[in-house]
Write a protein that binds this ligand. Structure first.
Ligand SMILES: Cc1cc2nc3c(=O)[nH]c(=O)nc-3n(C[C@H](O)[C@H](O)[C@H](O)COP(=O)(O)OP(=O)(O)OC[C@H]3O[C@@H](n4cnc5c(N)ncnc54)[C@H](O)[C@@H]3O)c2cc1C
Length: 460
């Protein structure tokens, strides 16, 4: 029987789209996401297992997809492949406010979980701008980081337990909901950050944190990242408040955002070489705003602050956050601009940015990168001010400027978006060779038929 009728017989009450239907739908952040021959949206773990077993027996490649917001091409598909869409597994099964644990299906969006947790004064402890579409399963599979990682860790630190369907259809069930379990190899970590290459994550137990009563926002103009880091250290040292966000925007990026969003010149302290966006939690909004104002006043001279403002309303705070989060302004100005996501350790941010600015200029005198990111954990996002895709050799030369020396310095060429397809070559050139060998051995052991998201992350 041809593929589609076979799938419909196998999973009679499950939404199934063919290639024609896929071509007429929005593929999400990557145009390649809907290149497959079919999409299947199972509603429970048993149906995922049935689908995986079917594919394994026929050697058909399966690509798991969540919210399709991934930025590394991990969810890209091609003809002959089947998409396993986790959108049908979207139940928040339980929130235990006493134990501060949530049991969720993989297709639950971060935004839905944040809302459900807020009813109990709790929060998943992780946040990113794609919260409305990104799913917990996708976030686990890319080991997403985001705005609060410096405080609460990445997704890896939020997962207590995990259930996944293996490439042969068996269900790996380790849905522990306790923090302490020292019972042999902690195999759930294999699936976190695996980008769907080792199995399909179906359910999760996540830790939750209490939320501060209110959060105030400030935008501060500073001469450099070192100055911004001084301010961050100051607020991290306070015990009566909770620093919730510390995002940095270099001038070139901030100016592009200001223009793109139509903000009036002089409306914000945008003339500084760097802008620091701070979120500070406290019991009440008044207390949070007062703590931001007092804290900034106390560190103003020492940190060499140029200018700053504390948002006086929710609307003003939202306007400040748009400057950081509406990064599609880059895409509008430079369609498919080459974009990167690195981690730079400790106090090396200013030297790193100066080095790459100079290095990029040697490739092309017009290159002036947009740099912004999560200051407190050294995660920088970098986009080149040109339309893409650039020729392969040029892309590699840009990567060499950005990645050379990073691993040796203790950083990473891929901070939080994953490897997917985009960074697979960089992975071959910049990841530790022994790590790559081990990764291939693990992939070969768990997925000997190479049916689970083949061609992503590891080269087989
Ligand atoms: C505006 C914007 C801002 C962003 N900001 C951040 C940020 O601050 N920090 C950050 O870390 N990321 C960020 N991202 C990237 C993206 O949101 C994350 O990578 C997110 O984790 C992807 O989730 P998703 O559900 O959309 O996954 P998808 O895009 O659907 O898939 C991503 C990868 O995970 C795999 N996958 C998906 N679901 C499963 C599953 N259930 N089981 C196994 N594999 C699966 C896919 O095969 C693919 O390899 C941002 C993206 C956008 C568009």
């Amino acid at each position: 029987m041809p593929l589609l009728p076979s799938l419909r017989t196998l999973l009679p009450n499950t939404p199934i789209w063919d290639a024609g239907e896929l071509a007429s739908r929005d593929p999400g952040f990557d145009a390649r996401n809907f290149g497959a021959s079919a999409l299947v949206r199972p509603a429970d773990t048993a149906s995922v297992s049935t689908l995986v077993t079917f594919c394994a027996e026929r050697g058909i490649a399966l690509v798991p997809q969540g919210g399709r917001t991934g930025l590394a091409g991990g969810a890209a598909t091609s003809p002959g492949q089947i998409i396993c869409d986790l959108g049908g597994l979207a139940k928040i099964e339980e929130i235990d406010p006493f134990a501060r644990v949530a049991i969720v299906q993989a297709g639950v969006t971060l935004g839905a979980l944040q809302e459900a947790c807020a009813l109990h004064g709790l929060d998943p402890g992780i946040d990113l701008a794609a919260r409305g579409s990104a799913t917990i399963g996708g976030m686990v599979s890319t080991n997403a980081g985001g705005i609060m990682a410096f405080r609460n860790g990445t997704m890896r630190q939020r997962v207590l337990g995990l259930e996944a369907v293996l490439p042969d259809g068996r269900v790996f069930s380790d849905l522990t909901r306790v923090l302490k379990t020292s019972a042999g190899y902690d195999l759930k970590h294999l699936f976190i950050g695996a980008e769907g290459t080792l199995g399909i994550v179906t359910r999760l137990a996540l830790r939750l944190d209490p939320v501060a009563g209110a959060s105030a926002t400030a935008l501060v103009g500073v001469p450099d990242a070192a100055s911004a880091q001084r301010i961050v250290r100051h607020f991290l040292g306070q015990t009566s408040t909770r620093l919730a966000a510390a995002e940095i925007l270099w001038r070139n990026f901030a100016s592009l955002m200001q223009r793109g969003l139509g903000y009036a010149p002089g409306q914000l302290p945008l003339d500084a070489p760097c802008l620091l966006l701070l979120g500070l939690g406290a019991d009440t909004m008044e207390a949070a705003r007062a703590a931001l104002e007092d804290g900034l006043a106390a560190i103003w001279e020492e940190a060499g602050v140029i200018d700053g403002l504390v948002a006086s309303s929710e609307a003003q705070a939202a306007a400040l956050w748009r400057l950081r989060e509406e990064t599609e302004q880059i895409e509008r100005a430079h369609p498919m601009a080459p974009s990167f996501d690195v981690s730079v350790p400790g106090g090396g941010l200013d030297a790193y940015v100066a080095r790459i600015e100079a290095g990029l200029k040697t490739l092309d005198a017009t290159y002036a990168p947009y740099v912004y990111g999560h200051l407190a954990d050294g995660n920088l996002h970098i986009s080149i001010n040109c339309a893409g895709p650039v020729p392969h050799d040029r892309h590699e030369a840009i990567e060499d400027v950005l990645y050379d020396g990073l691993r040796e310095a203790g950083g990473s060429f891929s901070a939080e978006h994953g490897v997917g397809l985009e960074k697979r070559e960089a992975y071959e050139r910049h990841a530790d060779p022994v790590k790559r060998d081990l990764a291939r051995m693990i992939k070969g052991l768990i997925d000997p038929g190479n049916v689970m998201n083949p061609g992503k992350v590891v080269k087989m």
